[in-house]
Design a protein around this ligand. Structure first.
Ligand code: AMP
Length: 434
């Protein structure tokens, strides 16, 4: 057994090696192209923000703030946190830069790493990436639906199948407090049958009991009053609008009255997108495996809470690692990025010098060109050229270097021809066009 190296990736964090980069690039390109079409603009906010932004924005009673934040104190005494999610940072930027004065709504997209101190398990990392959308400055149901539609389109474009949208409304400050009271009184009378976590949630964030995964809690939840039956008129009207629009664009959704999501700032619409498939368990039983790929919702009170003027908003995020894992598992193929079409081979010191200069000419002419200047043997260089599957190899040997020429070899036919070195780029352009 080989000895483990002294230094390794921190638990729950992963290197993204060159071989994986093309997946990240493909997912990001797809996300950006689609978001671009819908008029979203990229925004980047710092990875560190004031701790209070999250305790206030994400919410004190959430798992994220209570258990999952990476906090630090700077030498200057500031309390900062590695962002566990995008929304508070982007909302802060919206307020700080006075974007209320721009034509509304403002549509942002972001891509980058997030940090949550999670228990390590498959698909849950402590550093992971999201593609995030936010629309700030508009309150209509059509915005919620458009956000869901964009995420769904991205997943479809990436050829992911068996997608399920789950949707719910968790009301607002008008109707939720009353519903919470109802819920608490329902659970109180059954408290001893709830799991330990839910007994705590009952005090701090009773809605979270609704999405507990424990079987005994789910049985109690299935009889609990549902918020959908207690929405105020405005929330009811909004939710009806969302569902009608989803029907209109024929997106397949499922109403899930127990979907509450982990964060305090959500109002009205919340949603998640899952990929679902049937698999055989180890004991040969058919099981349904669900993978959460995306989540989001409306947050009409957050801008004001973080010090801005009232501005309604809605957003969501895609989990990039989960998407890539699925693409790999399902062997989804996509075209490789184009490789070099030309290879420069050289023999001798003078030829090496000329090749270095010639490579720059090819770069300026935007012709992808391979080389292995570190190698001296021609055979080894030609082997590399073969591996790169180039169309032409250009060879500068000692004689060519002296004469100011270059030998062109057509890798398919094996035909060779000598031309003037200063005509090489022009000649290659001509041949590659054919
Ligand atoms: P959330 O921000 O919790 O609503 O998550 C949105 C999406 O990000 C989820 O559906 C997952 O695909 C992904 N995600 C959330 N947490 C993690 C994590 N710890 N590791 C990897 N992906 C995650």
């Amino acid at each position: 057994m080989t000895k483990k190296p002294k230094f390794q990736e921190p638990a729950g964090m992963h290197d993204i090696l060159p071989g994986e980069q093309r997946y990240f690039q493909k997912v990001l390109d797809t996300c950006e192209n689609i978001a671009d079409f819908y008029g979203f603009q990229r925004i980047e906010t710092p990875i560190l923000e004031q701790t209070e932004l999250f305790s206030k924005g994400t919410g004190l009673s959430t798992d994220i703030v209570q258990k999952q934040m990476y906090n630090l104190r700077t030498k200057g005494g500031d309390y900062l946190t590695l962002r566990p999610e995008f929304t508070p940072g982007i909302t802060r930027a919206f307020v700080e830069h006075g974007m209320k004065n721009l034509p509304q709504p403002v549509k942002f997209y972001s891509f980058g790493p997030l940090f949550r101190y999670e228990h390590s398990q498959a698909g849950r990392y402590r550093q992971f990436h999201q593609f995030n959308l936010e629309v700030i400055g508009e309150g209509g149901p059509i915005i919620d639906v458009q956000i869901i539609q964009i995420f769904y389109n991205i997943l479809q474009e990436l050829k992911l199948k068996n997608l399920i949208i789950e949707i719910n409304s968790i009301g607002d400050n008008q109707c939720r407090p009353y519903y919470k009271k109802l819920l608490v009184s329902y659970f109180r009378s059954r408290e001893s049958a709830l799991c330990v976590d839910c007994r705590r949630r009952l005090k701090e964030n009773p809605l979270r009991v609704l999405d507990c995964k424990e079987e005994k809690c789910q049985r109690i939840v299935s009889q609990a009053p549902q918020l959908i039956d207690h929405l105020c008129q405005e929330c009811h009207h909004h939710f009806k609008g969302v569902l009608e629009l989803l029907d209109e664009i024929e997106l397949p959704y499922r109403l899930n009255p127990y979907l509450v999501r982990g964060l305090d700032y959500y109002t009205k619409t919340v949603f998640e997108i899952f990929s679902q498939e049937q698999k055989k368990s180890e004991d040969e039983k058919e099981i349904t495996v669900r993978n959460a790929l995306c989540g989001g919702g409306r947050y009409d009170a957050l801008v004001k809470l973080l010090g801005g003027e009232d501005a309604k908003a809605s957003g969501g995020a895609l989990g990039i690692e989960r998407i890539i894992e699925l693409m790999r598992e399902r062997e989804i193929k996509f075209p490789r990025a184009a490789g070099p079409q030309v290879f420069l081979a050289q023999l001798g010191t003078m030829a090496k010098r000329k090749s270095l200069k010639l490579l720059e000419d090819f770069r300026k002419a935007r012709i992808l060109t391979g080389e292995s200047f570190g190698k001296d043997s021609l055979k080894a260089q030609l082997r590399t050229a073969d591996k790169m599957e180039v169309k032409y190899t250009l060879l500068i040997g000692q004689r060519e270097a002296l004469e100011g020429t270059v030998l062109i070899r057509d890798m398919k036919t094996g035909k060779q021809e000598t031309i003037k070195l200063d005509k090489a780029v022009k000649e290659m352009k001509k041949r590659l066009k054919k």
